[in-house]
Design a protein around this ligand. Structure first.
Ligand SMILES: Nc1ncnc2c1ncn2[C@@H]1O[C@H](COP(=O)(O)OP(=O)(O)OP(=O)(O)O)[C@@H](O)[C@H]1O
Length: 469
């Protein structure tokens, strides 16, 4: 191989870049090398483009200076175009600068259309060559940064989705909510999710995002409850360098970062009136202005909000703006507390038992009848989150392959408030719950359970089959 490599401590130019020059003219190679070795980290020269593959596989090349003609007498530049395509097929991010003779500008334009970054006319002036290489080096650097950020973005997205559960639930109220969710998700309608703490508002918000056309874009969760007056604007709208003492560099806000995706504003009921006004203006104009600048930046986000506070009541007490409520509640989802979800309690408990069994390498397969009764009769003030914690602890404490009442360690004061029958439970769900309770009470004895329910054994079996108990 007739290539030549020269490395030097960064010279006067100080460009931290490696340049590969391919030209069949020895004089060109020599003069380019002599000049560039003082300007860049490394210069590699080579006479034949046939060596490109080997050179690119052995060296971390940033910029390639490529001649257009190699065969004797050739001047149509076809070889250069061929090798340009070849290089870009190895990695489309290579920065290729073509060297062409005066009068061949049309050819250079054609090459740029095919993906070359720039061209330089031969013979060149060193200053012009340096300016071209310097611009190309900046481009290569920013391409690299973009690639790195894309990787980080992808892995963050994976992390974000990994943490979310799919909605578990079969109670009529949950099914109805899921139907509404599927209808509303593909639209860009603003959704307000209401419900007590731990009822799954974030799970529903993510499910809306996951069923929308924005599913491959960012899902940005912002806990408004944790932002004080000072942080609110800088976090949500961003700032420019110098906007305040600690603003050392420009920073986009959460709205800008969520551009193209979904922004989930949690605990919206906690916003003070002045902050509500600021948020409303962004939602109305769909633009944000970073602190310290006057430029308005357009943002395209889908808005989902959530709270456990009674927003309608707050409007009548003038602690929540009615115009903001109208802006955010195009569709409202009201998540019922867990104590009103009937046998979904057991469904969720089984689900969490499986999740934690596999996490803690345990072989738990079922809940004892007593444990089921306890779960159904507990009031669940912390809702699904509490159930999740209770099951995690039970899986850890359990010795056998069945979770017992003792493993659950539920506080006795919290019983009796809950008869596990929701206020607005559908008849079918109620019947299923009664059947399940009777079977549990008689420890699976069908005759006794049927007698208790005033049914024949056959009638009870039909219901067991119907409800999949
Ligand atoms: N229907 C469900 N299916 C499976 N897991 C659920 C369901 N609902 C909630 N969870 C789980 O319960 C926990 C609490 O849910 P989530 O954080 O969505 O509740 P939240 O209403 O947003 O709570 P908070 O009001 O405290 O912010 C999470 O770990 C979530 O994965």
């Amino acid at each position: 191989m007739n290539d030549r490599k020269e490395s030097s401590p960064l010279g006067a130019g100080g460009l931290n870049t490696t340049v590969l020059i391919i030209d069949d003219d020895e004089d060109i190679l020599l003069s380019a090398r002599l000049f560039l070795k003082q300007q860049v980290k490394q210069v590699i020269t080579c006479k034949s483009p046939k060596e490109i593959n080997v050179l690119l596989s052995k060296n971390e090349v940033d910029i390639i200076l490529l001649d257009m003609n190699y065969q004797k007498g050739a001047s149509d530049g076809r070889e250069g175009l061929y090798w340009l395509e070849h290089i870009l097929s190895i990695d489309k991010d290579y920065v290729v600068i073509l060297m062409t003779a005066f009068g061949n500008v049309e050819l250079a334009v054609k090459a740029i259309k095919k993906g070359a970054t720039d061209f330089i006319l031969k013979p060149w002036e060193n200053e012009k060559l340096f300016a071209t290489i310097s611009a190309a080096s900046k481009l290569r650097e920013s391409n690299r940064k973009v690639k790195k950020l894309e990787k980080i973005h992808k892995s963050l997205q994976k992390d974000m989705t990994r943490g979310f559960e799919h909605i578990v639930g079969e109670a009529d109220v949950i099914r109805n909510l899921q139907n509404t969710l599927l209808k509303v998700a593909p639209t860009d309608a603003n959704v307000l999710i209401l419900g007590e703490n731990g009822t799954g508002k974030q799970v529903f918000a993510y499910e809306i995002h996951g069923n929308s056309q924005r599913k491959n874009q960012v899902f940005m969760h912002v806990d408004l409850g944790s932002l004080n007056e000072n942080l609110f604007e800088s976090e949500l709208f961003g700032y420019v360098k110098g906007a305040f003492t600690d603003a050392k560099e420009d920073k986009p806000g959460r709205f800008e970062l969520a551009d193209g995706g979904t922004i989930f504003l949690d605990e919206i009921g906690n916003l003070t009136l002045p902050l509500q006004a600021k948020l409303l203006s962004v939602l109305q104009n769909r633009t944000v202005t970073r602190l310290g600048e006057s430029k308005e930046r357009k943002v395209n986000v889908r808005l989902i909000t959530a709270t456990n506070m009674p927003l309608n009541e707050m409007v009548s007490k003038n602690t929540f703006r009615q115009d903001l409520l109208f802006r955010i509640n195009t569709v409202e989802l009201l998540l019922p507390p867990l104590r009103k979800r009937g046998t979904d309690i057991l469904l969720l408990a089984n689900h969490f038992m499986q999740v934690f069994s596999s996490k803690y390498h345990k072989e738990l397969r079922s809940l004892s009848t007593q444990a089921k009764n306890v779960l159904l009769n507990y009031s669940w003030p912390g809702n699904v989150r509490e159930l999740q914690h209770v099951l995690e602890r039970a899986v850890i404490m359990s010795d056998g392959n069945e979770i017992t009442e003792q493993d659950l360690q539920l506080s006795p004061q919290r019983f009796a408030q809950n008869n596990a029958i929701p206020d607005e439970m559908a008849l079918g769900d109620m019947e299923k719950l009664m059947v399940q309770k009777a079977i549990d009470k008689h420890k699976g004895n069908i005759s006794k359970a049927a007698a208790d329910l005033g049914l024949t054994r056959a009638a009870l079996y039909r219901r067991i089959e119907k409800f999949g108990i």
